[in-house]
Design a protein around this ligand. Structure first.
Ligand SMILES: [Mg+2]
Length: 251
C-alpha cells in the first residue's frame, strides 16, 4: 500500500505532467481549491456567483466523492459530540433529556439541492427565485446522507431535533413533503420565516428563533448548517458544525 505521502507525491507529479499538457485547465484547479477553502472558512464573503473559471471544479467536487466525504467527516464530529453529551448526562434515560436540542438547517444541510444546481452550472448562474421555488415545490431534493444518519442517531438517543430554515412559511407543506420523501420523520419542530421575519438578516432571524427555543427551556447542544449565517449570531449552541457549500452564499 502506498503511504499517504507517496500518494501525495504521485498526485503532485501527475498534476505537474498534466500542467504541461494543458496549462490553462490545470492552472485553474489550485486556484479554485483555494477559493473554495477560503469560502468554507468564511474569508471569502458576500459572493453572488461561483467564479466562471471554477465551474468544472465545483461540479466535480459536488458530483464526486469529495462533497460526501467532507460532509461525513464534519458530521462524524457531530455524532461524537452527541454521544459525549448523551453519555455524560445524568438524565439520558429520562424524558427531561429531550430538552437537549439540535438545530439543523435544511437546504444543503438536511436536503441536497445538488440536482437543481447541476442544471444551473453549480452556482455560476445567478440565483433565480422563480426557478428555485419551482424546484422546492417538487419536493424532490434527496437527503444529504450524512445528515439523515445524524438525524436518526440524534432521535434514537432522545434529543429533540428542530429544523430551522430560511424558507418562508408558504413553503411549509412542500418542505414537509420533501423531508418525508427524503426519509426524515419524527422531528420536534420545523421553523420557517414568518411575515414578521421578512427583511431580517439570516443571522438575526436564526439567532432569534434559537433564542426562542431556549426561552421554551431547550438547551441547544449542536447546530448544523452549510452557511456561517446558520452558525453565528447568538444562542448558537454548545457546538456548531459547518457543512461544505461552494455553490452559493447566504449573508
Ligand atoms: Mg442551508
Amino acid at each position: 500500500m502506498a503511504s499517504p505521502l507517496l500518494k501525495l507525491l504521485i498526485v503532485v507529479v501527475v498534476g505537474a505532467a498534466c500542467s504541461s499538457a494543458g496549462a490553462a485547465a490545470s492552472y485553474r484547479q489550485p486556484l479554485c481549491y483555494s477559493w473554495r477553502f477560503n469560502v468554507e472558512v468564511n474569508n471569502v464573503r458576500d459572493w453572488t456567483v461561483v467564479p466562471e473559471a471554477c465551474e468544472s471544479y465545483v461540479a466535480s467536487y459536488m458530483s464526486g466523492d469529495a462533497y460526501q466525504e467532507d460532509s461525513r467527516e464534519a458530521l462524524q464530529q457531530a455524532l461524537s459530540f452527541a454521544y459525549l453529551v448523551f453519555n455524560s448526562s445524568s438524565s439520558a434515560s429520562s424524558p427531561a433529556f429531550s430538552y437537549n436540542a439540535w438545530v439543523l438547517d435544511i437546504d444543503e444541510t438536511s436536503l441536497s439541492n445538488a440536482p437543481y444546481y447541476a442544471e444551473h452550472r453549480f452556482g455560476v448562474e445567478a440565483y433565480n427565485d422563480t426557478l428555485f421555488n419551482a424546484w422546492i415545490s417538487e419536493a424532490a431534493a434527496p437527503a444529504l446522507p450524512a445528515t439523515l444518519n445524524l438525524f436518526n442517531t440524534l432521535k434514537n438517543l432522545g434529543f429533540s431535533v428542530f429544523f430551522l430554515t430560511g424558507r418562508s412559511e408558504d413553503k411549509r407543506n412542500a418542505t414537509i413533503a420533501n423531508l418525508l420523501n427524503a426519509g426524515y420523520s419524527g422531528w420536534e419542530g420545523l421553523i420557517l420565516r414568518q411575515s414578521e421575519d421578512a427583511g431580517v438578516t439570516a443571522v438575526l432571524y436564526k439567532s432569534g428563533k434559537r433564542k426562542a427555543l431556549e426561552d421554551l427551556g431547550y438547551f441547544i447542544v449542536g447546530n448544523v448548517g452549510d452557511q456561517w449565517s446558520d452558525l453565528s449570531g447568538y444562542s448558537v449552541g454548545s457546538r456548531v458544525f459547518k457543512l461544505p457549500n461552494p455553490m452559493y452564499y447566504v449573508a
